[in-house]
Design a protein around this ligand. Structure first.
Ligand code: PBG
Length: 327
């Protein structure tokens, strides 16, 4: 036998020399849930993840930062009393999210703070856009998203991340940010976001699932993409590029690696991928049963995202992964 592929796997040293993809903490973004008060509250469907008061949020972000994870993505959990159809609380300069951003930037000026732009945490309807005439009103939602992004930028957000999937929102947000003077605040567009059942634990964490009711859709399928489609993703990529997005995101992650690859090949922009709550919950649940090795499967999953072409990865396992990579 002249050719033996196993010669290139013969030792850790040889394997390291020829490794094709690399994963480091600087590729990772840690999503964090923030709540009012000083304490923290476990999220039952996401073992190891908690909702954090602002004081604890800063500590956890510092832990991540010290391990080389330089970015966090924030999601606020609002008191029910503050939720309204138009989500006005999202504009409150002294609201929970805005205070969290200010506290993080004051404590860790080098941390990249990414904020989510969508109505759902603030909406009494549990939708990412405005519910009108029994549906999700695209054009009436755009100014609300644009104002929300400006309020987040004013609090100190480095990057705003529209996750709502309204048409035209990247342009609306870019225009509003520029008009307010925030020319260097970036936009990470959730460009290719599928109507996925893997978001379940996230909606538990924020109590943000669509609310049942006659006058509104029961799911997000009129704005989030059909899991069966990939050509359609190329249209979203073209639009978000033209509208001024800085990063393009694919979400969820592992079931959509082909989409990550397709977006990578279509665009010169950085590609982000979101290893979502349900993917994290599956790993944790299997590990809790002794069926999978969480650490090994986490690193393997994150490496697969990099191999598929992702530049950056949003993952609830960012701190765990950074610790493992430091060993
Ligand atoms: C909502 C939003 C969702 C996630 C991030 N932003 C859920 C949804 O669209 O219903 C999901 C993240 C996860 O599951 O980890 N704007």
């Amino acid at each position: 036998m002249l050719i033996r592929p196993r010669r290139n796997r013969v030792s850790a040293g040889v394997r390291g020399l020829i490794r094709e993809t690399h994963l480091t903490p600087q590729h990772l973004v840690l999503p964090l849930f923030v709540q009012e008060g000083d304490g923290e509250t476990p999220i039952p469907s996401m073992p190891g993840c908690v909702r954090l008061g602002i004081n604890r949020l800063v500590e956890v972000a510092r832990t991540a930062y010290d391990l080389g994870v330089a970015a966090v993505a924030l999601f606020p959990r609002l008191d029910e009393a503050l939720k309204t159809p138009r989500g006005e609380e999202s504009l409150n300069a002294n609201g929970l999210l805005q205070r969290a951003v200010k506290a993080l930037k004051a404590a860790l000026p080098g941390l990249v703070v990414i904020t989510d732009v969508a109505l759902d945490p603030y909406s009494s309807d549990g939708h990412d856009g405005l519910v009108l005439r029994g549906g999700i009103a695209n054009d009436e939602t755009l100014p609300l998203l644009a104002e929300m992004a400006v309020a987040q930028a004013r609090a100190g957000a480095d990057v705003v991340a529209p996750s709502d999937m309204m048409d035209g929102r990247v342009a609306a947000i870019r225009t509003a940010l520029d008009a307010a003077g925030f020319i260097n605040v970036g936009i990470c567009s959730y460009c290719v976001k599928y109507a996925s059942a893997f978001y379940g634990p996230f909606r538990d964490a924020l109590d943000s699932a669509p609310r049942p009711g006659e006058d509104r859709p029961k799911d997000k399928k009129t704005y989030q993409m059909d899991p069966a489609n990939v050509r359609e993703a190329m249209r979203e990529v073209a639009l978000d590029e033209a509208e001024g997005a800085d990063w393009l995101m694919v979400k969820p992650g592992l079931p959509y690696l082909d989409v990550v690859r397709a977006v990578r090949e279509q665009s010169a922009l950085p590609v982000a991928v979101y290893h979502v709550s349900g993917e994290y919950a599956m790993l944790k649940a299997a590990a809790a049963n002794g069926w999978l090795d969480y650490n090994a499967c986490l690193l393997e999953s994150l490496t697969a995202f990099r191999r598929a072409g992702a530049d950056l990865i949003f993952t609830y396992g960012a701190i765990d992964a950074a610790r493992l990579l430091a060993r």
